[in-house]
Structure formats: structure tokens, C-alpha cells
Design a protein around this ligand. Sequence first.
Ligand code: NAP
Ligand code: GDD
Length: 343
Amino acid sequence: MKKAFITGITGQDGSYLAELLLGKNYEIHGLIRRSSTFNTDRIDHLYKDFHDPEARVYLHYGDLSVSGQLTDFSYNIKPDEIYHLGAQSHVRVSFDMPEYTGDVTGLGTLRILEAIRKTGIKTRFYQASSSEMFGAAPPLQNELTPFQPRSPYAVAKVYAYYMVKNYRDAYRLFACNGILFNHESPRRGETFVTRKITRTATQIKMGLKDKLYLGNLEAKRDWGYAGDYVEAMWRMLQEDSPDDYVIATGETHSVREFVEKVFTKLDLDDKKHVFIDARYFRPTEVDILQGDASKARQRLGWRPKVSFDQLIDMMIEADMEIAKKEKTLMEAGYIDQKNRCPA
Ligand code: NAP
Ligand code: GDD
């Protein structure tokens, strides 16, 4: 049985990847942060048999800012594959917390690479690189496009990307950069724009809210489905030699188009409900991302399966279920309407 160590297992991608690897009979070890509230919602269904001696998911408390622990985990677990997905992953927040983002998102990668080098374990390493690194570069972006990062998050990811390349060359580590374009799902964090839109629009549909506040509606993104993208991560680590790959759909759509589609599908008038709040604009914006994943198609045999419209339908359906439950609980007086902090 192969062993995988996943950082960021509690996040969107970590949960889909853990599911995929369990289906392939891996033993899963995940890095988890201590939190004052439960932060395992996305993976609870994977270890419902937690107390079962046959359980194949193990969680280890730690943090990407603590290197000694990462070395211990590497040595003790000796994973066949490490998927490094943990990061401060919110671009807007990275402008508020540039030092923290540099530490966790940039140096966090170096700490794991060092753990592998120092312990000498034989493992394959996946780095969650990002299309955000392309920044101001024109579409269609591919593996040869020079990076022009536009946020502290993107700069931290560029640092990590080159560290992975350097450790591959200098120490012959089997280390890959997956340069993934935006990917979404019903498990997407609620402060990322797609989920913010589907979550709030379905609440508006159920009469729980009236307004959706957004920032720049003209930005364009290449949005795919997270479930398809974790398959590409796994495929990269099954190759004979390590390399870097762009993973994208090749389509691009504006935030405005996403909003209009969601509201139309829900038979709502976005003009009545959507408002602009300048606080959601970024000091520097990435105007357009559209990826060219030809290399991944040819070498990994990877292609996206879920279309833009199917992705939106999937997210609306899941969020509609949540909104219906919220309405029932609110009517019964069990919960009040939540006013979440902005991001
Ligand atoms: P996400 O939902 O925000 O998950 C981030 C994960 O990192 C969470 O499990 C989080 O733990 C963990 N984490 C954050 N800070 C940490 C720390 N100091 N120590 C240990 N763990 C920490 O992100 P995602 O969408 O799944 O993305 C996964 C990775 O791919 C990230 O590195 C992201 O930057 C990158 N990426 C994402 C996309 C995308 O479109 N989704 C595209 C390209 C690249 P908590 O649950 O405790 O917060
Ligand atoms: N979050 C957010 N909230 N974004 C908004 C809003 C809003 O209210 N209004 C407009 N936007 C615009 C942003 O300005 C940006 O241009 C676009 O919507 C997408 O924003 P996000 O969903 O926050 O994603 P991102 O593209 O900045 O970053 C995501 O994708 C990267 C890959 O390109 C994250 O998942 C990163 O971790 C990932 O690396």
C-alpha cells in the first residue's frame, strides 16, 4: 500500500485529493492546524471510521511555519508521495498579510524540501504552483510564459516554484510544479469569488439575503473543476521523470459573466441584487488568465471533464441545499442570519 502525505488536507483540493488516493488504496497522512473550531468539515466523511483499526487516514497536528516538525513527519511517515497543498491561498488577504504569506506560502515549501533532503527519504513531491504567478502576462499562458507576479501571494508562489526547480536540479529530487489555473467546486472556500456568488445568490433565492457585494467584475479567469485537477496532480507523480505542467481548461470568463449566469439560472435579476464595494478591489489586479494545457494533455493524457456550465450547476445545486437547510433552521429559531466578515 502506497503512503501519501498531504499538506492542506482540510482545504478544497486536499479533500478531493484524499478521496482520489483512498480510491487508489493509498494510506493517507495529512497535516492539520490546531483551530479553536473544527476545521475538518471537508474531510470528515473520509474518516467516519476513525476509530476503526483498518482506518487509512491519519491526521497530524503541525504548521508549515515549523520546520522541525515537518522533518519529523517526513522521517517517521516515509511517504512515497508528498502533495504540498497547504498555503495562505487568498490573493486579497496576501496584501494585508504579506509577511505571513511569504512565510507560509513561500518558505513553507522550502521547509518541506529541506525535510526531504535532510532525512534522505525517497519520495515524490508535488508543489501547488499557481497561474497567479503569470500575473500580467498575456494569454494563453503555458510552461514557457515568463512570470509577472502581481500580489504578495504570487511572489511567494514564484519563490516556491523556483525552489522546487532548484532542489530537483541540485539534489535530484523527484519534484514537480503543477501550475494550476483557478479551480472551483461546492467545497470552494466561501471568500473566493465563484463560491461567494453561488452561496449568496442561493441565499437570495431562498429569501435569506438581499444583496451581494463584489469587487472587480471585469477580471477574467480560466475556471475548472477541482475534482478534475487533483487527478492531474496524481498523474504528474506517476511519470518516469519529474517536470512542470500547466493545468487549465483553455477557456476564460469574466466575473460579470459568472454572476449573470448564476442569477439567470436562479431566475433572479442581478441588477437588483449585485452591488460593488471598493474594498474587494486589489491594489494590483490580474486582468486575465487563460491557460494552454497542451503539454499535460499530450504527456499526462489529462483533460478537464466538467464544463463551465456544469461547474456552475453543480455549485448552485449544492448551495441551494445548504440555503434550504438554513431557512428551515432560521424559521425554527435555531440560527440567526450570519453576517460574515469580509474578504
Ligand atoms: P484552501 O482551500 O485555501 O486550502 C488551504 C489549505 O492550507 C487548508 O488546509 C489550510 O488549513 C492549509 N494551511 C493554511 N495555512 C497553513 C499553515 N500555516 N500550516 C499548515 N496548513 C496551512 O486552498 P485550495 O483551493 O485547496 O488550494 C490548494 C493549494 O493550491 C494552495 O496552495 C493554493 O495556493 C494552490 N492553488 C489553488 C488554486 C485554486 O484555484 N484553488 C489554483 C492554483 C493553486 P486550514 O483548513 O486550517 O485553514
Ligand atoms: N475573492 C473575491 N471576492 N474576488 C473578487 C470579488 C470578491 O468579492 N469581486 C471580484 N473579484 C475578482 C478578483 O478581483 C479576482 O480578479 C477574481 O474575482 C478571482 O478572485 P478569487 O476567486 O479570489 O481568486 P484568485 O484568482 O484571486 O485566486 C485563486 O486562484 C489562484 C489561481 O489563479 C486562488 O485560489 C489562489 O489560491 C490561486 O492560486
